[in-house]
Design a protein around this ligand. Structure first.
Ligand SMILES: C[S@@+](CC[C@H](N)C(=O)[O-])C[C@H]1O[C@@H](n2cnc3c(N)ncnc32)[C@H](O)[C@@H]1O
Length: 294
């Protein structure tokens, strides 16, 4: 069923199933070191190339990148290349109060902290206490000093009384965009999981919308390729949560529009959201949408 669904979404389904990732990716932690200084240290041991879509992203080849002195010192964070994109769509600044609703293990939280120059405030929330351990560790290692870690179920975050003009909802998902790293997921794929995740994502986006101030920005992202977890969640947010889609422009990466329709539902705003397909840039697949509260 998964194969048939992908073939309904794109004409190059074969490329989707066979794409392989050649490079690992890291993000320079400019809170601790400049890119030039890090490059000087790493280039002796690793093959490195620049990431065309993010100045602080690097592609890297070599052994033990999670065991180097520079890694332990927090000079870089190992982060999937496409996962660096949602924070770029947030347009954060030094004065912002940002909610990162599903933050663990903190790749995007620490990227946001870096983009905010360690100023402003980030509420880094996650429901899972075991994943909060990793989040805490990563925040500490990155030297991110503007983060408050919370442990709420995001579906009810609006009951806590938090309001913000910038929210990131990097939602839990079936992660089918990770196929480039894990071909075995094809055999484990189950439609009921897609539907279950979609229910969770709708509950999360409802709460995110309720926490959003008027004119505030919500960036919704998943590493799933399933329309039920992406376009259909956005459709729900527009219909039920008073949000409207704003066009995202990203440079240096091949992006495609969202799906125009799925199972008879039409998505008029399909050309404002972004799908990153694994075969286009040899990254994980991602869906990214920017919403504004009306
Ligand atoms: C895709 S991961 C987030 C990755 C993270 N943003 C990063 O860049 O490192 C999704 C996260 O959502 C969390 N999660 C799942 N259900 C949640 C809920 N109801 N409320 C808050 N967080 C939830 C999971 O524990 C998981 O850490």
């Amino acid at each position: 069923m998964f194969r048939e669904r992908i073939a309904r979404m794109i004409s190059d389904a074969n490329a989707f199933f066979t794409a392989e990732q050649e490079w690992k990716s890291i993000r320079v932690n400019t809170l601790k070191i400049s890119k030039d200084a890090l490059l000087k240290r790493l280039q002796e041991r690793y093959e490195i190339k620049e990431m065309p879509w993010y100045e602080n992203g690097l592609f890297i080849k070599g052994e033990n990148i999670a065991k180097s002195i520079e890694y332990y010192l927090g000079y870089y964070h190992i982060q999937e290349a496409a996962s660096m994109l949602p924070p770029l769509a947030m347009d954060v600044g030094e004065e912002d109060f940002v909610i990162d609703m599903c933050a663990a293990p903190g790749s995007k939280t620490t990227q946001l902290a870096m983009m905010m120059g360690n100023r402003g405030t980030i509420i880094a929330n996650d429901v899972s206490i075991s994943r909060i351990r990793a989040l805490t560790h990563n925040i500490q290692k990155a030297g991110a000093a503007n983060c408050i870690i919370t442990n709420y179920d995001g579906r009810y975050l609006d009951k806590v009384g938090l309001k913000s003009s910038k929210i990131l909802l990097d939602a839990p998902c079936t992660a089918s965009g990770k196929i480039i790293k894990n071909k075995k997921m094809i055999d484990k794929w189950k439609y009921w999981r897609v539907k279950k995740m979609a229910r969770m994502q709708k509950a999360l986006i409802r709460a995110a919308a309720a926490c959003l101030e008027k004119d505030g920005i919500l960036v919704y992202s998943t590493c799933s390729v399933e329309p039920e977890e992406n376009e259909e969640v956005i459709d729900y947010a527009i219909e039920k949560c008073g949000l409207e889609v704003e066009k995202i422009e990203l440079e240096g990466i091949k992006t495609r529009y969202g799906l125009k329709e799925w199972n008879g539902k039409k998505f008029e705003w399909y050309d404002k959201v972004i799908r990153i397909w694994p075969q286009d840039n040899l990254t994980e697949g991602f869906f990214i949408c920017k919403l504004r509260k009306c």
